[in-house]
Design a protein around this ligand. Structure first.
Ligand code: 5GP
Ligand code: MG
Length: 187
């Protein structure tokens, strides 16, 4: 069967910041590094969904393990491109993090508030260690001092969509990371 046609919503992009091939190659490299750092350790990967869903799925397939996966939700962007208040963490984790080596995975590190809050929560619950892995890092936007241990790409201060990242819950399925044309952010 032929592959599906490219998503029509790709035409909503003003420009692409990271191509699908660049993402794929970078994730292989991140996988190598994480495998080396956690060799023989039993890893607990905690993904912050929905944003980290696609990144985590591809990253996991480059990890050799042993590992387990759990997810939690955190939201600060309720609508549009502006953070509203402090991040809200919805912790419905099934696994017990006590004594675990946790790798916290998110799509993007922006103000740093989400990862700082979630990492703090996991440590408070008794994780032995918490490292963080993000696909994207917008360093210029940092509001709290927080750096990730593993970073895919540093990007400029633009609101991006694709590869799991949304605008009003749309565009998560696009295979690249890009910036929408201004008229689509207005709607
Ligand atoms: P922080 O707490 O670091 O400010 O924000 C992290 C969260 O904000 C990310 O998990 C993501 O959900 C959202 N976010 C920050 N920047 C962007 C962006 O450029 N595009 C999208 N779609 N979400 C973003
Ligand atoms: Mg998020």
């Amino acid at each position: 069967m032929p592959a599906p046609k490219p998503a029509p919503e790709l035409k909503h992009l003003d420009h692409v910041l990271v191509t699908p091939l660049a993402i794929k190659r970078r994730i292989v490299a991140l996988g190598h590094k994480i495998n080396k750092d956690y060799a023989k350790k039993d890893l607990m990967v905690v993904a912050i969904v929905n944003g980290a869903l696609i990144f985590t799925a591809d990253l996991l397939r480059n990890l050799t393990g042993p590992l387990r996966l759990d997810c939690l939700r955190a939201s600060s962007y309720h609508t549009g491109t502006k953070a509203v208040g402090e991040p809200r963490i919805v912790d419905q984790m099934k696994l017990d993090v006590r004594g675990q080596s946790v790798l916290l995975v998110d799509d993007i590190l922006d103000t740093g508030k989400t990862l700082a809050a979630v990492a703090g929560m996991l440590k408070a619950k008794g994780a032995a260690s918490v490292r963080t892995c993000v696909l994207l890092d917008k360093k210029a936007r940092r509001a709290v001092p927080f750096e990730a241990d593993y970073v895919g790409f540093e990007i400029p201060n633009e609101f991006v969509v694709g590869y799991g990242l949304d605008f009003n819950e749309r565009y998560r399925h696009l295979p690249c990371i890009g910036v929408l044309k201004p008229k689509y952010y207005a709607s």
